[in-house]
Write a protein that binds this ligand. Structure first.
Ligand code: CO
Length: 161
């Protein structure tokens, strides 16, 4: 197991479009393992490769529900619908939280760790996390979408809901 250092804002790698993955080899599998360990240790629900200094279209999401971990390689959003307003944070922005409006539903095409293409759908908080991570792969940060910053006392109120 290897915990990777998390790149914090500001850093150029966080704001550029990542390159496509073309090799689905043991190095990729090791990277995915390390990203998972790093995300869990940091108490996150998602992590994108640029956040650990790798300029590749790789992201993982695990919101601790029955879905388990989702590995997205070269993901592409096929469809969205509805909308939801909720609070987001990001491991690259310690102590920053804010309300972000996003589609309620998302349909995504991606490749798995073996390069096999698959399609999945997500709703609600899982859809939010998936979209946040795909944004990272396009160099888009959640702070550009925050409509209201949330301070710590408000955050506690959100968590009680
Ligand atoms: Co983030």
């Amino acid at each position: 197991m290897a915990l990777l250092p998390i790149v914090k804002y500001p850093a150029e790698i966080l704001e550029i479009k990542c390159e496509k993955v073309t090799k689905f080899d043991a190095n990729l599998h090791q990277l995915l393992r390390d990203m998972y360990e790093t995300m869990i240790a940091a108490d996150g629900v998602g992590l994108a490769a640029p956040q650990i200094g790798v300029n590749k279209q790789i992201a993982i999401v695990d919101v601790d529900d029955e879905t388990g971990v989702i590995e997205m390689i070269n993901p592409e959003i096929l469809a969205t619908s509805g909308d939801q307003l909720g609070v987001e944070g990001c491991l690259s922005f310690p102590d920053i939280y804010g309300e972000v409006n996003r589609p309620y539903y998302v349909k995504v095409k991606a490749q798995d760790r073996f390069g096999r293409e698959y399609i999945f759908e997500a709703e609600d908080f899982l859809a939010r996390a998936v979209q946040h991570e795909i944004d990272h792969l396009n160099g888009v940060l959640f702070t550009s979408k925050i409509t209201r910053y949330i301070n710590e006392s408000d955050l506690e109120r959100y968590e009680e809901e």
